[in-house]
Design a protein around this ligand. Structure first.
Ligand SMILES: *Cc1c(COP(=O)(O)O)cnc(C)c1O
Length: 479
């Protein structure tokens, strides 16, 4: 036993001795050359890191691993070059969404309309009129650009925009109910995407949460009975990412508003998705509209900019002017404020809504939602024709029916009919095919169901289809 260990140590030391030193490594031709194309300090940093990694591997390797470790400097140099290239490539880069989840949070949620992209591009050229009054030359209000638009579109008295809806809710609660009680139904204590949980947000806001009712049923009297001297606010949260089906009921907003008016309490409606369009007009499933909440009499309404609204990431707060004024004065508002790119993009997005005629064509989310199954079927069939030859004996391909999803906690129980390409690879697993598609430039994200890979044409843009075809052809034509 003792001897064996020593053998291993001897072997380990021998390999360590063969390992190139840092000064020689930096002078090694391949590494030296990298300095011409990449920042020298970064090249040195990665070289040091990879050399140390190799040393650590040798130090911890067992006998079998030691046998296969290669300390050849040119191999190490290749690894270093590879890592430098990968690390310096733009990491947040365009991707193709073939997964059929329209508001895919990990893929950046709603795509921006042309106008918003243009607005960002122009705003970042140099300085911009973010918060300056052009008439007086004095400092103005950065909310002014969008406040009037938001009020016009929603019917609210006043508005402001912060980093996201989580921030909007936190800020509103902190301003209006810190150290006071907030009543909420147990059926609305939602979690969105793992990190937004109503009880946690409430705690951080300084408000004291008073839960009423049960998971499936909450009655108006539950709210009435919970009101005390300490109560400041009634919070209604749209349960946007789940539904309670069966024996269940919530108190309608109008009843909460009435109760709020009677008892002098603020009613805050976290509506989540921020839908400004009547979906039923387009034959789509009903989604609560911001305008309706305003009309019903909510004092404050919060919603996301990058969900159904199809704008940039932000949280929009609208409502009664006296409350919005208080929120604007809260120091937290500064901590949650958005940058000029967001304002530029949001302004351009909101302007789309001024013309309902062109909206379905220009609004990226509405455009995807209203693509007809017939059109999607045509695209899928054309795709199938184009790639079929390259799949011969390697992959089965079929056009099938399926459903797209809204994603990001919208329309939870409403699947949207679509047409999919189903691929059943014979020479590899569906997982491997999915990994190859992700490794393609640009990366393509698909969906896997059992051993079948699905491409949803609802979220693939028309001008991206050729790229997806090429990716499939390339993957299956390489040996
Ligand atoms: C999505 C959502 C949030 C969180 O919004 P973000 O913009 O992601 O911060 C909060 N409340 C509801 C009801 C939501 O649907």
């Amino acid at each position: 036993m003792e001897n064996k260990k020593t053998d291993l140590e001897v072997k380990r030391n021998k390999i360590l001795d063969q390992l190139i030193g840092m000064p020689r490594l930096l002078n090694y031709p391949q590494i030296n050359q990298l300095g011409a194309d990449y920042p020298t300090a970064f090249v040195h940093h990665i070289a040091r890191f990879e050399l140390q990694r190799l040393r650590d591997t040798i130090l911890t390797a067992d006998k079998n691993t030691l046998d296969i470790i290669d300390t050849e400097p040119s191999l190490l140099a290749d690894t270093i070059a590879h890592h430098i290239k990968i690390k310096l490539k733009q990491s947040v880069a365009p991707a193709i969404n073939a997964a059929g989840i329209i508001l895919h949070t990990a893929l950046g949620r709603a795509p921006l309309c042309q106008e918003a992209q243009q607005a960002i591009a122009t705003a970042i050229q140099n300085y911009c009129t973010l918060a300056i009054d052009r008439d007086t030359g004095k400092r103005g209000d950065r909310y002014a650009h969008i406040e009037e638009l938001l009020c016009f579109l929603t019917g609210a008295e006043a508005a402001l925009v912060v980093n996201n809806n989580a921030g909007a809710t936190l800020l509103a609660l902190n301003t209006l109910a810190s150290d006071k009680e907030v009543i909420i139904s147990r059926g609305q204590l939602i979690e969105i995407g793992g990190s937004f949980r109503i009880p946690d947000v409430m705690k951080r806001s300084g408000a004291r949460m008073k839960e009423v009712g049960t998971t499936n049923k909450t009655h108006l009297r539950d709210y009435q009975d919970a009101i005390t001297e300490e109560t400041a606010l009634i919070l209604r949260v749209h349960t946007s990412n789940y539904q309670i089906i069966g024996f269940s009921s919530e108190v309608p907003l109008r009843d909460l508003v009435k109760l709020g008016q009677d008892k002098n309490l603020i009613v805050l409606d976290d509506i989540g998705s921020g839908c400004l369009i009547d979906f039923r007009k387009y034959g789509l499933p009903d989604e609560p509209m911001v305008q309706d909440s305003v009309k019903t009499g909510s004092n404050i309404i919060t919603f996301s900019g990058d969900k159904i609204l199809s704008g940039p990431q932000c949280g929009i707060i609208i409502g009664k002017k006296r409350y919005i004024d208080l929120i604007k004065k809260n120091p937290l508002t500064r901590a949650l404020r958005c940058d000029k790119l967001t304002y530029a993009a949001l302004e351009a997005t909101l302007k789309l809504y001024l013309d309902v005629e062109t909206l379905p064509e220009k609004h990226p989310v509405l455009k995807m939602l209203t693509l007809s199954v017939k059109k999607l079927a045509n695209r899928a069939r054309t795709f199938q024709r184009h790639v079929k030859a390259s799949l011969e004996k390697k992959c089965e391909i079929e056009v099938v029916n399926g459903f797209s999803q809204m994603g990001s906690g919208s329309l939870p129980a409403q699947d949207i009919p679509t047409k999919l390409i189903s691929l059943r690879p014979q020479t590899m697993s569906a997982e491997s095919l999915s990994a190859l598609l992700r490794a393609y430039e640009p990366p393509i994200f698909s969906r896997i169901v059992k051993d079948e890979l699905l491409l949803d044409f609802r979220t693939i843009k028309e001008n991206e289809i050729k790229t997806v075809e090429k990716a499939i052809q390339k993957i299956f034509s390489s040996p």
